[in-house]
Design a protein around this ligand. Sequence first.
Ligand code: ADE
Length: 252
Amino acid sequence: MSVAADMAENGTANGAKAPWRAVVLTLYPEMFPGPLGASIPGRAAADGAWALETIDIRSFATDRHRTVDDIPFGGGPGMVMKPDVVDAAIAVAIARAPEGAAVIYLSPRGRPFDQDRARALAAGPGVVLLCGRFEGVDARVVEARGLEEVSIGDYVLSGGEPAAICLVDACVRLLPGVLGAAESLGEESFEDGLLEYPHYTRPAIWQDREVPAVLTSGNHAKIRAWRRDEAMRLTAERRPDLWAKRQARTQH
Ligand code: ADE
């Protein structure tokens, strides 16, 4: 394969697949890698399955006070991140990210993040993540750059950084080879549109509570059926939204 073709296919010139890449734009680079440096994502990064880069938005400020925010037009509380500064930072992040990386702005107004989106992002080359602080970024940058707005839930964080960490964690564990057999995805929550069944370990009786008898029966077909029933029962009970979605999907 020519070097150019190899670069186009793998993002490298030597046939190796380029690692999945997250480029994070933040005013608080010291928040990273944080939890992404430990456990599964930490090990996967050390193994070269993915790579993280942070870009300090403040380094794109142009005045001597290194101003990144300003008062909102129309009045009101809080400050807004300046479009010129944020846009310059995004330009550099896109240049550093693999071609075709999703460019995402973490915001409570975004589309709710879910396992399907995590799967799609993990299947791509990587992500550029813009973390907002204060009241958020000037809406014109979001529009001009066509940023995808993503929320990790209906609550307001102090900034997008913890949301970016959640998003990256959810993607990285889906990359090929990251989870060992012992941690496999097979029966995890959401893999089948269901919450996962409950788990038990030894001792078989703890504080007078016994584990469900079927789990110690040695009958694997029965155990599978029980787990499936529990997963369905829990999903219908706790997450009628997921249950309805799954019912709609399995009915045709
Ligand atoms: N920034 C602040 N709150 C957020 C949320 N819930 N999701 C994503 N980004 C955020």
